[in-house]
Design a protein around this ligand. Sequence first.
Ligand SMILES: NC(=O)c1ccc[n+]([C@@H]2O[C@H](COP(=O)([O-])OP(=O)(O)OC[C@H]3O[C@@H](n4cnc5c(N)ncnc54)[C@H](O)[C@@H]3O)[C@@H](O)[C@H]2O)c1
Length: 330
Amino acid sequence: MTNNIYLETNSGLIEYLNSNYKSDTLFIIDSNLTDINIDEKVNARVFYFDINEDTKNLTSVEKIWDLLFEQNLNRSSEIVIIGGGVLLDVCAFASSTFKRGISFSFVPSTLLSMVDASHGGKNGFNNSYGKNQIGTFTLPERVIICYELLDTLHIDNYKDGLIELIKHGMIANEKIFNSMITQAGFNVDFETIKQGINVKMNIVNEDFLEGNKRKLLNFGHTVGHIIEKDSNYEVTHGQAVAMGIYYELLISKEQLGLPKDIINSYLNYLNKIEYNYKYNFLSNSKKLIEILKHDKKSSEENVDIVLLYEIGNPKVINLTFNEVIEVIQN
Ligand SMILES: NC(=O)c1ccc[n+]([C@@H]2O[C@H](COP(=O)([O-])OP(=O)(O)OC[C@H]3O[C@@H](n4cnc5c(N)ncnc54)[C@H](O)[C@@H]3O)[C@@H](O)[C@H]2O)c1
């Protein structure tokens, strides 16, 4: 099981890294973190990489493998990866396959990677068949979560993390949901982040290889993926999931009697973070059903979708494609 370390400040992070990693540790750092000058402060080998969603591919994996060979790493070496979900996913894949697997730790530097991508062991990269189609399930040795790293994060990236965090609250922890919807402004406190991490860890600990329980983490994502595809990826993942949650709440009301005030609270929240809730679908019903058919949770005419009875009480329900499409198109 992964060990989580929580640190408040960047100076605390540097101190932790210097006292817990030997000087031959390899640090791979997101190039947007150069301002913090980690390279000047840690006693280790440091390399910066600029990998984004468009270059989250085999070529980038090969660049990381090359670095590991050039630096003569072996199976007893240690790697620390500091960055957002893209860098963590690519470097964890490269590390987990280099010489059949070499141990690595994560320092997630975006809100989304803190509450989601760094827990659960999934890694990978994109290819022409889709996102994250090649990958392994390999857990990091440690996840070191430093709150102050979030200070430099762009607001749009911060909002993407907020959506995953409120989703964690909706499926499993009412305290997270209430704290986020009642808080003035958007900044979340460290305690709420820690609770969000616990939601993800509890679920993946019960179902590491995504048999059943882990499907709950897909709340908002079934419709979110339809929106991403329908918009030809013009709508970002975070915004699409935000709207996907809204539509899946509407379906929850219809199918499971979810109280309307929860939908209203969520709409107020989206308003606060200046995110849209409604999406104008470009495709007709027939085309939307085709998109839904490609969802990994779909069979011939039905899809398994996560719905809520209320906050903290989710259930995977099997619906026909028409039952989903009718609600989202109205
Ligand atoms: N493995 C999993 O279980 C899992 C789960 C969810 C998402 N993901 C993956 O995570 C990726 C999205 O991750 P993300 O939202 O972190 O995006 P990202 O890694 O692209 O980071 C967003 C941007 O923020 C920059 N950045 C990172 N930390 C910063 C900081 N502290 N200050 C300033 N800028 C900083 C990055 O360089 C990048 O430009 C997707 O590829 C997705 O597939 C994986």
